[in-house]
Design a protein around this ligand. Sequence first.
Ligand code: OOG
Ligand code: NI
Length: 447
Amino acid sequence: MAHTLSADDIREEFSQAMSAMYQQEVPQYGTLLALVADVNLAVLENNARLHEQLANADELARLNVERHGAIRVGTAEELATLCRMFAIMGMQPVGYYDLSVAGVPVHSTAFRPVDDAALQRNPFRIFTSLLRLELIDDPALREKAAKILARRDIFTPRCRALMNLHDEQNGFNAEQAKEFVHEALETFRWHRHTTVDKATYEALNRQHRLIADVVCFPGCHINHLTPRTLDIDQVQSLMAEYGIEPKAVIEGPPRRAVPLVLRQTSFKALEEPVAFAGDASGTHTARFGEIEQRGVALTPKGRALYDRLLSEAGVGKDNLTHQQHLQEVFKAFPDSEFLLRQQGLAWFRYRLTPSGDAHRQAIRPGDDPQPFIERGWITAQPITYEDFLPVSAAGIFQSNLGGDAQTRSHGNASRSAFEAALGRPVLDEFRLYEDAEVRSKRRCGLL
Ligand code: OOG
Ligand code: NI
């Protein structure tokens, strides 16, 4: 086909369209974007070294467009069709998250780009959860929910037709891509009208708020869209000034010289008016705002230490005390690029400098990169964590649910059931980071 648009181009267009739609739907999201842009600009102006580092790692350009969103679906067919839709945008399912350990009746994956160039261009990610109807313990209600879900189609007929066309042609031209983005967006739009009457909504809501959110609407509305900041502590402290009320504490690790994995904060879900089938009206709380700061991806060894320290630190009530406590506990985690590398705690991307390139023949497979780094022949940049944290995700669900989520455990992880619904296995995030490091070493002649 002539003039096929790349998946990266389509993802870029889609993420922009999604951001514009969400800004219209939730004006506070626009305020959040302005706040994050202000803070990022100030950080870059005051920190020439960070500015240079980000520019060298090709991270600067993506920062302004970088977002993640989250959606929840009700059936295997919906999940598998989303998988097709996101594949057209160059997004693959990465990782399996079992939220039932936090008392939330869903399991999830993150659709995101996986290769270096695609991530550099626009690392748009969608955290996607599938409802586990089997966790509704009232059989009549379970059956009713399944019936309601079976009746809806969250994709427009034109969107389905375009996905088929994409498969036949193996791509889209610019016009088709534009139409596809437009149609795909419909799936994630907010609907004020529920598909059920008030009594059904309330029965499902009593079972779990998330069940009502998934089952009662005609689409799978995007429930938040998160920009990336370079200084989350600063954003948290400025939120009130911008008229946004943040949740009490920043989740994840403490502030560090070398930022680790992911830190997140959010504002609470909005109470929005809804019209139920019949005449009744009421409200629904599902959509909220969130900001995140991303750091280096950890190796399994680093992740094990991280998990241990985070659970040792526990949860705090006010942010200041909690952050100070975290700082103390995380003293056990090395905080320099050299130590993280030397102890194999984090992943790095190696590059030859111009002088390294001139001495290529002196670098042999199996060599220790450290002497070359000291000589200025090779640089090692921390690989950005591109995924989500199970603990953090659960925390976000909880704050979103207004703190009354059930805490009982729903039994074993059901990864294979999730993959069967998805129609394919999910990718292993550790493998992706390891592969990125290995590829970069090979390019330098270190492997
Ligand atoms: C998803 C929550 C997970 C994150 O950033 O950890 C998430 C949801 O509430 O549907 O987006
Ligand atoms: Ni999120």
